[in-house]
Ligand binder design. Structure first.
Ligand code: BG6
Length: 472
């Protein structure tokens, strides 16, 4: 099998290198790239953050994160990557630090021209500072500098548009990669691949055949060290705005005939821009886990939701009146992400009989599962057709999300990145919801840590006579 390797030397600057995102996702992904021998001979990884520390301190952070994420990491591989890693302490808002950084890079690599990747592993509040300073201190306007900006891009439609215009002042659109790591999950990528390649699956997933779509993303973790960011945004913006609406787009979009990034983004946009939230308390469930506002740095009166459930529609002829239910929350009983496409029943089927369901298990066990009904006498029961292999990439050359996406940036493949119109379309629907919440102050139901979340989530599906499918 031909595997893609980076063959050109590069410099990767990780802004926010001492933060959680870098430790949890980026460093382990770099290890996987090295393990699979996909890195070139010459490359530089520089951690850029405000905290003062030595290269040795940073190496320790890097090594610890690898040891946490990988089962038995090879010390030789770690040692080989560390040779390429250094640390630079600087402010994000200070231009002089960026000038100094530019000179630092020059000393590090000499006068060679290299592809430069700037990874934003920082809170959105400092995006603009970094963009401005990178733009202002570039040696040449056509320098090969690619920005990788992780969601959230903006905090509502207006700020996302402003940010877009701000970036455009300094960089061409082609230099910017808007990253949602869910699009780097190979199981999520499989949704469209499976639909693309299997007529039987795709025919079943057409609007007129579908009774409802359910998207569930349960998380066991709480918010821990990211509370300062999270308390301001809440689950609707943190999880639904990008991750779960992107999954919905992959499930509901028409299959692009040509596999170009333009056609892919256009079809996704068609779904995302047609989403409708009917403003009513009935279509929204908010929850907060008990003890959330006794955590450090959370205001006692915080009503920030750590659980959200939504009922949406897609205003397209093909999806007319098919309800979409989305639910996600933190501190729940399990880590489990899955999509259920529930098919319509025949008119003659008894009411109590279960419907057919197509289930995309996205994490932790990546499978596709089709539920059939069988009958013996009066008794009907479910039988399940399940893929024997994982629908995620399985084997020696699989990569975690950030590894895969980093390779995509290097080869300038944008299919698995967000387009700006998609981002705006999702903010528009999220703005509708957050404005509704601001105006109507709906109840935020408390739920116990380790439970399946607020009871009122059941009311959402009941509105249309359906039930959430808890796939165990
Ligand atoms: C992040 C959110 O984007 O995704 C987090 O900000 C969330 O709150 C995380 O926990 C979930 O990612 P994953 O890959 O663990 O499902």
């Amino acid at each position: 099998m031909q595997i893609f390797k980076i063959d050109k030397p590069f410099v990767l600057t990780i802004f926010g290198a001492s933060g959680d995102l870098a430790k949890l996702k980026l460093f382990p992904a770099l290890y996987s790239l090295a393990e699979q021998k996909r890195l070139p001979k010459e490359y530089y990884i520089v951690g850029y953050a405000r905290t003062k520390m030595s290269n040795q301190d940073f190496h320790k952070i890097f090594t610890d994160s690898i040891k946490k994420a990988h089962k038995n990491p090879d010390p030789k591989i770690i040692k080989s990557i560390l040779k390429h890693i250094t640390y630079f302490a600087g402010q994000y808002s200070r231009k002089s630090d960026f000038i100094e950084y530019r000179n630092y890079l020059k000393k590090l690599k000499g006068p060679k021209i290299m592809m430069k990747l700037a990874y934003f592993s920082v809170p959105p509040t400092v995006f603009k500072d970094i963009i401005k300073n990178l733009g202002d201190t570039r040696r040449r306007p056509n320098e090969d500098l690619r920005l990788i900006i992780e969601k959230p891009f903006g905090e509502d439609t207006q700020s996302a548009e402003e940010l877009f215009h701000f970036v455009a002042r300094y960089f061409h659109e082609e230099a910017v990669y808007l990253l949602d790591h869910y699009l780097g999950k190979s199981a999520v990528q499989s949704i469209l691949n499976l639909r693309h390649a299997n007529r039987m699956l795709n025919l079943m997933m057409k609007g007129p055949e579908v009774a409802n779509i359910q998207i569930t993303a349960f998380e066991k973790l709480g918010v821990e060290s990211r509370i300062g960011y999270f308390d301001k945004v809440g689950t609707v913006k943190d999880m639904i705005q990008s991750h779960l609406l992107q999954i919905l787009a992959l499930v509901g979009m028409s299959i692009p005939i040509s596999e170009t990034e333009e056609s892919l983004h256009r079809e996704k946009y068609t779904i995302l821009s047609a989403l409708r939230f009917i403003e009513s308390q009935k279509n929204l469930v908010l929850g907060q886990y008990e003890g959330y506002n006794s955590q450090k740095d959370v205001p006692k009166s915080s009503k920030t939701e750590t659980f959200a459930g939504l009922r949406l529609f897609i205003d397209r002829e093909s999806w007319y009146k098919v309800p979409i239910y989305i639910r996600t929350g933190k501190q729940l009983h399990e880590k489990h992400t899955y999509v259920v496409v529930e098919l319509k029943k025949f008119g003659f089927q008894p009411k109590e009989e279960e419907p057919n369901r197509i289930i995309f298990e996205l994490q932790p066990n990546e499978k596709i599962n089709i539920r059939l009904i069988n009958k013996h006498g009066a008794k009907s029961n479910y039988q399940s057709l399940e893929t024997s292999d994982s629908i995620a990439c399985d084997g020696d050359f699989c990569l975690p999300e950030h590894g895969l996406l980093l390779l995509d940036v290097v080869r300038q493949k944008r299919c698995n990145f967000l387009s700006f119109p998609e981002i705006i379309a999702t903010w528009k629907i999220i703005d509708k919801i957050t404005n509704f919440v601001k105006k109507n102050k709906p109840k935020v139901e408390k739920y116990k840590k380790g439970s399946p979340g607020p009871r009122s989530q059941e009311d959402l599906t009941k509105l249309d006579g359906f039930k959430w499918f808890d796939n165990h």
